[in-house]
Design a protein around this ligand. Structure first.
Ligand SMILES: NC(=O)CC[C@H](N)C(=O)O
Length: 225
């Protein structure tokens, strides 16, 4: 059966259509989820896409985190549903405490938009099992608040538990330990600042290094079904 992946739209979300397109191009079915609805429509997994939810007021993701859809999403994620937060989606997951730490203004205080090299650090998550550890990939980074921070104890726990999934090669924004993406302890919730959904189509992007994110999910769901 085709994997159904929900893509949430908040007011100010920008990358929901690219996320839905990436889901379709990689063989799954995208399901549009509206932030104001308190249902996940029976989907197998959810993507929180990038953008500027609620105009980035207060802090990026701080208002979106209280949207009705988030109540259901938090419950489902705690029950093991796969969730991928991309950029603003990562910020929402951090604000919702589904992932530890926070995203601050880039050290340069400027918005960064570029192709970014990353190293895959862990295959031990629902969204990264199709990569090899140590593999170098290039996907788009475009954010003003991508500077990952956590207290020393949390950083140590992330390192000890293999929860750092992607690290920047050439730290662009001041992130602690060069962290670009992390997972929760169970491995079902992943957040990262760069954008895999923009790197799936060889006609539209210089790499297709975003594809394994989506195929990782499909093979995980096949294994557990
Ligand atoms: N591309 C995005 O999702 C941007 C996220 C957020 N608005 C920031 O600038 O950091």
């Amino acid at each position: 059966m085709t994997t159904r992946i929900g893509v949430v739209t908040f007011p100010g979300t920008l990358d929901d259509s690219d996320a839905a397109r990436a889901v379709r191009l990689t063989g799954s079915e995208p399901v549009a989820l509206w932030h104001g609805n308190d249902t996940l429509d029976g989907v197998d997994a959810v993507i929180l896409p990038g953008g500027f939810s609620y105009g980035d007021y207060l802090r990026c993701g701080a208002i979106a985190r209280f949207s009705p859809v988030m109540g259901e999403l938090i419950k489902a994620a705690n029950d093991g549903m796969p969730v991928l937060g991309i950029c603003n989606g990562f910020q929402v997951l951090a604000e919702a405490h589904l992932l530890p730490g926070a995203l601050m203004r880039n050290a340069s205080r400027t918005f960064i938009c570029r192709d970014q090299k990353l190293r895959v650090e862990s295959r031990d998550s629902v969204w990264s099992n199709a990569f090899e550890v140590g593999q170098e990939i290039t996907i788009v980074l475009k954010s003003g608040e991508g500077n990952y921070i956590a207290d020393a104890e949390t950083l140590q726990r992330l390192e000890d538990n293999d929860q750092v999934v992607f690290r920047y090669i050439g730290n662009p924004n001041g992130s602690a330990n060069d962290i670009a993406g992390i997972t929760n302890q169970r491995g079902n919730v992943v957040g990262l600042m760069p954008h895999p959904e923009h790197n799936v189509d060889p006609d539209a992007s210089p790499t297709t290094d975003g594809v394994p994110f989506f195929t990782s999910l499909v093979s995980y769901l096949q294994q557990v079904s």
